[in-house]
Design a protein around this ligand. Structure first.
Ligand code: ADP
Ligand code: MG
Length: 672
């Protein structure tokens, strides 16, 4: 194992510059490199001639670069076009938004191209993958394509992988003996690694993927086992020393629902027992999880402990800070908010008071798990919207206390087996009832030609004293582009149909104080219409807002649409969700339809499953399991169950270095 942990500089061709680039991608040592699996593969055994192309299809072309030039499109996009000559004729190759390629691609070079055919007379290809070939290169038929960064070509990746496999594979640990491999139906690990990078055929890839997914799940289970070995440690006992909880309850402006009362009883029983609590609190958006958390925190405080609540975004942390302070401070509980944007003075003040037990409840973002944050007596750690956090961050928070109880809150309906596999041993509490008087949100899909009608609708509700959200689409998986879309829409609306109305703009790249300012203006009703990106997605709670208009709703997944819609329908007033969309696929039509007919997160989760298939099951990517590189907890649920069994046959202590290499726990502040 030690050799595998050698720095990547040990490889030929990796100097300081490349190792910096690799480090940026999270690749520090040979082990990390080997676990950087291809994003996809190209089958180059077939190459097409410019004469045989079909518009709209993907094609592979090999030829020689004749000329190359760069220009800009009308929309300001950079366009690079090259004339490629090949035995069967010439073809124009086009790259978008990669101006730097002008320094890489030169005339006279032999080049392999893959992309979509846009035209046939004359032939034109929009390139998605390319590679410059040496004059003598034979092109292997199945070629891995890696996620990469500017400065490392696919060719370099292949050379690095080839080298790493040749020189280090023999050091790679094999966890399973041949009997176990046979029992679980998996191939050897070394064979798997070689084949995942350079599969000779589809079957080799399938076998390799299976073993590596198994391996990953196995290591993941061993990590959980280690963490839960901690759980058998005696936990602390919460025993109330005063009537704080009763006072907090009495001061609530509403009566708890039966479901809330039930889960509170479950949580309290755990807290009173000497076992460490490890409980997942599930409840659809708007079910009222926050007050449950606040009561659990009150119980911790009444028992002489401190409590902490960690939320995934700053907006959410700020909001929780306010809501929880409202619930608790009247009864004498001292709360504080710590986020990345607390000033140095605030921070040191808060840290001091936390360490000396003057602050009872600390609420914040990842800032809570940074070094320097210490509690006098942390008794309860609450983690909101767990799917945004990884195992590491959870462990980092509980490590701030001496085996505190943990409560994890989520709106995602995770099936029980999946939850167990993902989080280890935990208990589950479900709030399966919304507060009374809520009217289901009326949801309507409108095509873009009815856009004006949609905005008029928003106006009507504003006139009636309500407020609205207008959420911008995810343009690309790029924050800057999302941002641009929101800014443009904001300007367009402010100077157009909503001239004279109070609009606000909220997006992820604003400074935290600005965000806070906008949110508070929206909360106190000064801003009527909040134009926003999906920063608003989780948890935000403004009861007077009753219209949620989602632009380009076809680009959102069901889970996201449901989360977004959950921002309205938070009072007894009728709320509306308008989905402005241009659905091009059956899938997106089905999604919009599902949103129109149901408000139930569990039902929608099932729909999502049947629309998209298990591969993309509802929010798997969000489960905090984005640490998994190759296994997919829903697609591989059977494999996951086997890995869970298998992990019990092994001694995690024997494989500690290996487990650590894949799932480090120490660097608690790293975010995913
Ligand atoms: P979520 O479960 O999505 O986190 P919240 O905790 O934000 O939901 O609660 C949603 C809204 O419902 C909040 O405005 C909260 O004050 C309110 N609420 C919670 N419980 C009740 C209740 N039992 N009766 C009435 N309103 C409630
Ligand atoms: Mg919430």
């Amino acid at each position: 194992m030690e050799r595998l942990l050698q720095k990547v500089q040990y490889l030929k061709g990796v100097g300081p510059q490349r190792s910096r680039l690799l480090a940026k991608m999270g690749i520090f040592n040979i082990f990390d490199l080997l676990w950087h699996f291809p994003r996809t593969y190209m089958d180059r055994s077939s190459v097409q001639q410019p004469g045989q192309l079909v518009i709209g299809e993907q094609a592979n072309i090999i030829g020689t670069v004749k000329t190359i030039r760069s220009s800009r499109s009308r929309k300001g996009m950079s366009v690079l076009s090259a004339m490629i000559s090949s035995p069967g004729g010439s073809i124009q190759a086009v790259w978008f938004n990669q101006p730097f390629l002008i320094d890489t691609i030169k005339s006279g070079q032999r080049i392999w191209l893959h992309g979509k055919i846009k035209n046939v007379l004359p032939p034109e290809i929009h390139v998605s993958e390319y590679e410059i070939l040496g004059q003598e290169d034979t092109v292997p038929s199945i070629v891995p394509i890696y996620t990469t960064t500017e400065g490392i070509s696919q060719r370099v990746w292949r050379l690095l992988m080839d080298q790493a496999l040749k020189s280090y594979l023999s050091d790679y640990p094999e966890i399973l003996n041949s009997g176990q491999r046979e029992h679980y139906g998996v191939c050897g690990i070394r064979e798997a690694l070689a084949n995942i990078h350079f599969p000779l055929d589809r079957n080799a890839y399938v076998q390799a993927r299976k073993r590596l997914a198994f391996e990953e799940l196995l290591l993941f289970q061993m990590r959980l086992l280690e963490l839960s070995a901690e759980d058998t440690h005696a936990g602390l006992i919460h025993r109330e020393k005063n009537d704080l909880v009763q006072r907090v309850l009495a001061a609530l402006p509403y009566k708890l629902t039966a479901a809330q009362q039930r889960v509170i009883a479950e949580i309290f029983a755990d807290m009173e027992s000497p076992r460490i609590m490890n409980r997942l609190l599930q409840g659809d958006v708007g079910a009222g999880k926050t007050v449950v958390a606040a009561l659990a925190m009150a119980k911790a405080v009444a028992s002489g402990y401190q409590a902490a609540l960690m939320a995934p975004t700053e907006i959410l942390a700020i909001q929780h800070g306010q809501v929880i302070n409202d619930i608790l401070s009247g009864s004498g509980v001292k709360t504080a908010l710590l986020t990345g944007s607390s000033t140095a003075a605030q921070r040191s003040d808060i840290l001091y008071q936390t360490q000396h037990g003057e602050i009872d409840v600390l609420i914040g973002t990842h800032a809570l798990i940074q070094e320097g944050v210490a509690f006098e007596k942390l008794g309860l750690a609450v983690i909101d919207e767990q799917h945004r956090f990884g195992v590491r961050q959870r462990a980092a928070l509980t490590a701030k206390g001496d085996h505190p109880d943990t409560l994890i809150m989520t709106a995602t309906p995770i099936p029980r087996t999946l939850a167990l596999t993902a989080y280890g041993n935990l208990e589950i509490s479900i709030i399966d009832q919304l507060p009374p008087g809520r009217k289901p949100v009326k949801t309507k899909y409108l095509p873009y030609k009815a856009r004006v009608q949609a905005y008029r609708y928003v106006k009507q509700e504003i006139m009636a004293g309500r407020q609205a959200y207008i959420v911008c689409p995810l343009v690309e998986e790029s924050e800057t582009q999302d941002l641009q879309a929101a800014v443009n829409l904001y300007d367009e609306l402010r100077n157009g149909i909503f001239t004279g109305y109070e609009l606000g703009l909220l997006h992820g790249q604003m400074r935290p104080v600005e965000k806070e300012e906008i949110m508070s203006q929206f909360k106190n009703g000064k801003i009527k219409i909040l134009v926003t990106t999906t920063v608003i997605e989780v948890g935000v709670d403004v009861a007077n807002a009753n219209v949620m208009l989602i632009e380009h709703a076809e680009r959102f997944g069901l889970s996201q649409l449901h989360q977004l819609r959950g921002r309205v329908g938070r009072s007894s007033v009728q709320s509306y969700c308008i989905l402005l969309a241009e659905p091009h696929t059956d899938e997106s039509k089905q999604r919009l339809r599902a949103m129109e007919i149901s408000n139930d997160g569990f039902y929608l989760a099932q729909q999502d499953l049947s629309i998209r298939g298990p591969g993309d099951f509802w929010g798997v990517r969000q489960h905090g399991l984005d640490q998994l590189k190759i296994a997919n907890l829903t697609k591989d649920l059977v494999l996951a169950e086997k890995a869970r069994q298998c992990s019990r046959e092994l001694n995690p202590l024997d494989w500690q270095n290996y487990v650590n290499a894949r799932f480090p726990v120490s660097e608690g502040t790293a975010m995913n």
